[in-house]
Design a binder for this molecule. Structure first.
Ligand code: ADP
Ligand code: ZN
Length: 722
């Protein structure tokens, strides 16, 4: 037999099929080692055939077969092919998506145990060998036992009895169980009528995709779990995707309690060995439910019965390394292949997803109420300009301080949120709230200190730095920029006895850094949790009755067409942390721009209003979903090389542009907003397209120009345009 092998080297020059002679045991989807270019390398078997077109004497042999079962099933192999065509990247890079990283590096081994049983005659053991007799009796009584246990109990008698040839030793595979210690019961609650109706509609609609738009606490999770249970009952499998940050031990415990060993959890917080074992249990079919962040969409499952993407709007569903796939696209392909439903859920769907649902492409289910009609927390908008006028320069308004003191007095917990995204600061007039914006794009400008000017990150236009506010003439121009650390310090000054936890990128290092902080907060080891958007996601803290959003403006004026959408999502999500249990929650939302429509809609939980306004604006500005933003990035350590590559890329793209100019709303080359990251110079060709037809050629051009020293890649509607 002959195996068609792709070697596991991510380079376009070796990105082709090589034939190797192999045995009958080799199947498509298995990994093998093969001799390659005077060395030995791992490869993926894409197919097995009778004969090669090359003469047999030219073929080398497969050295070793690494898998007993194919690592990639037929569906995964065909999916990989589609991704290679779509993203034009080396096959090895795509194939790697389907394996846990630790499998490639070969650092994990299977964990085994040795099971011992007795198969001799006790009468033949000399009476003076008392311990050996006892061991034999023990084994006769218990059938079998683990050798490690026996060695502990019976010491050298084990070895002695083995030497008599009376023991049978058998090595067995054991699976590490990362959540063994988490035991929790999950009462099977009857579904509410709304939940029941949702399940029925999802299962009976002719549409593949359903969007559940349900407010925080409306019981979406229970709907997902029911759908998964139904899939299992029909002897099918399931994929449950959540943002990385929501992968908390509490959630695992809940799933484990409901589904037991049927679920496998793929999570970066696990040890390499644990993750490998969980993956292996899915491949072997022992586990049927894959739970994890975006990479779990590649789980080695057969016959998938339902795929769930929770918090579908979350930015972590877009990959930021090659291939830059979107989780929805992969999930959709898998749903189509398996003939199953794809369910998206969110309290704040992305504008694009909601539009597709509204237009009838997706089924749309709306859950406007919390379970048990628990009220949504009341949101109070606080005008920070007035605080300034009153001479309060601190990050806390008097309203917030009053509520905070109340909350601490009652022994409740509070979350203070502040959004410190971005690398530079927004310029804002302290007197009237004016924010500098680009003339040509509806995005705010960013202050660049090295040139002392303001820039638009969308079109590259530069503006003079303001010396006075063009709106009110005031001179109190400010760089907005209170960070979490300053907030923590001021809190300590104000409330020396309060226990404070901080959660941001600086405090969550280590693989379980953020989990530890959340666990400590859940255990009431702190009264106040201060943090960035990390605190916003799906956590359920019943004692939190106050949420303070310190500076809603910061994300609002992030230079990105999606800043409004993100702000709405953030405010809604953070607000949803308050008052989840019996006690009514409150939210204090501080802003310099209290008339801003996004904040107004968020404060009244008016998603529909927000959506209508936002979508109208996007249409008028020709931003997604009415156009696609595509950028080709060129980065290199050597600035000259980068510029030369940019020129080459741009010239080729210009030919595409010339042919289909009517499809380009914008086309230009420029510095990337951040000119240098990690010692690499960054340039971009920025495009806005009316449709995706020029994309294959754009990907091809990037692949052609992508070299060892110069990285060239394509991003579609990137989550981050820095
Ligand atoms: P969401 O995922 O929409 O934010 P959850 O699924 O977390 O909402 O549900 C909110 C709360 O309601 C949780 O505390 C959950 O345990 C509870 N809950 C969900 N469904 C039911 C039900 N059918 N009966 C009783 N309580 C429920
Ligand atoms: Zn602009």
């Amino acid at each position: 037999m002959v195996a068609e092998v792709i070697v596991d080297i991510a380079h376009s020059e070796v990105d082709k099929i090589f034939d190797y002679i192999c045995g009958e045991d080799v199947q498509a989807g298995m990994r093998v080692t093969v001799p390659f270019a005077r060395s030995v390398t791992t490869g993926f078997v894409m197919a097995v055939k009778e004969k090669s077109s090359l003469p047999p004497e030219k073929l080398k042999r497969v050295l070793r077969v690494l898998d007993e079962l194919p690592a990639l099933n037929r569906e995964c192999l065909s999916l990989a092919e589609k991704l290679v065509r779509r993203y034009r990247c080396p096959r090895a890079l795509v194939l790697r998506l389907f394996l846990p990283a630790e499998m490639r590096t070969g650092k994990v081994s299977e964990r085994t145990k040795t099971v011992v049983s007795f198969e001799g005659d006790i009468a033949l053991i000399p009476p003076r060998a008392k311990r050996q007799r006892e061991l034999a009796e023990y084994l006769q009584q218990h059938g079998e036992a683990e050798s490690a246990f026996l060695r502990e109990e019976f010491g050298s008698a084990l070895k002695a009895l083995e030497e008599r040839g009376m023991l049978r030793l058998e090595k067995r595979r054991v699976f590490r169980d990362p959540y063994e210690r988490l035991k929790k019961d999950a009462p099977l609650r009857p579904l509410t009528p709304a939940q029941e109706a949702a399940v029925e509609r999802i299962e009976n609609t002719s549409k593949t995709v359903t969007l559940i738009h349900g407010v925080t606490g409306s019981g979406k999770t229970e709907i997902y779990l029911t759908l998964i249970a139904h899939a299992l009952k029909a002897e099918r499998s399931a994929v449950f995707l959540v943002p990385e940050i929501s992968l908390t031990p509490q959630m695992f415990a809940q799933l484990r309690a409901r589904f037991g060993k049927s679920c496998a959890i793929l999570h970066s917080g696990l040890s390499a060995g644990e993750r490998f074992d969980e993956w292996e249990r899915l491949r072997s079919g022992e586990a049927k439910i894959a739970i994890g962040a975006r990479s779990a969409v590649f789980a080695p499952l057969e016959n998938i019965g339902v795929i769930v993407i929770d918090e579908e709007h979350d930015g972590s569903y877009s990959s930021e390394s090659s291939p830059r796939y979107n989780t929805f696209d992969i999930a959709y392909l898998r749903a189509k292949y398996n003939g199953c439903k794809l369910v998206l859920g969110s309290a704040t769907p992305s504008v694009e997803t909601y539009r597709r649902a509204k237009e009838g492409e997706f089924e749309l289910i709306t859950l406007p109420e919390r379970i048990n009609r628990r009220p949504m927390p009341e949101v109070q908008l606080v005008d920070m300009r007035r605080e300034v006028k009153r001479g309060n320069p601190s990050p806390f308004s008097s309203v917030l301080r009053e509520r905070l003191e109340n909350c601490l007095k009652k022994g409740d917990q509070a979350i203070l949120f502040l959004n410190r995204r971005g690398y530079s600061q927004t310029v804002i007039c302290r007197d009237c709230g004016y924010v500098a914006k680009c003339e040509y794009c509806d995005v705010s400008l960013t202050y660049h200190s090295e040139e002392n000017c303001l820039k638009c990150h969308y079109c590259g236009t530069r503006y003079h730095m303001l010396s006075a506010c063009p709106q009110c003439g005031g001179v109190h121009i400010n760089y907005v920029g209170t960070g979490t650390q300053r907030v923590e310090r001021e809190l300590k000054k104000l409330y020396p006895e309060a226990r404070i936890l901080r959660m941001d990128n600086d405090t969550t290092s280590g693989k379980e850094g953020h989990l530890k902080i959340l666990q400590r907060f859940a255990a009431k080891e702190a009264d106040i949790l201060v943090g960035t958007q990390m605190v916003a996601k799906g956590h359920d803290f019943p004692n939190v009755t106050l949420v303070g959003i310190l500076d809603a403006d910061m994300s609002l004026h992030f230079p990105d067409y999606r800043s409004g959408e993100r702000t709405f999502q953030l405010v809604t999500q953070v607000a949803g942390r308050s008052g989840r249990a019996e006690n009514r929650g409150e939210v204090v939302l501080q802003t310099y721009d209290p008339d801003n429509y996004i904040l107004r809609f968020a404060a009244s939980y008016d998603y529909e209003g927000f959506y209508e306004h936002e979508v109208g604006m996007r249409a008028a500005m020709a931003f997604p979903p009415f156009a696609r933003i595509v950028r080709v990035m060129v980065t290199a350590e050597d600035d000259k090389l980068a510029l030369a590559a940019l020129k080459a890329v741009y010239e080729k793209l210009q030919r595409v542009y010339a042919k289909e100019a009517e499809k380009f709303l914008f086309f230009n080359k420029m510095h990337a907003p951040v000119k240098r990251i990690q010692n690499k110079f960054r340039y971009q060709v920025l495009m806005r397209l009316t449709d995706g037809s020029p994309l294959p050629r754009i990907y091809e051009i990037a692949a052609e120009e992508n070299k060892k020293e110069v990285l060239v890649y394509v991003e579609e509607n990137p989550g981050n345009l820095s």
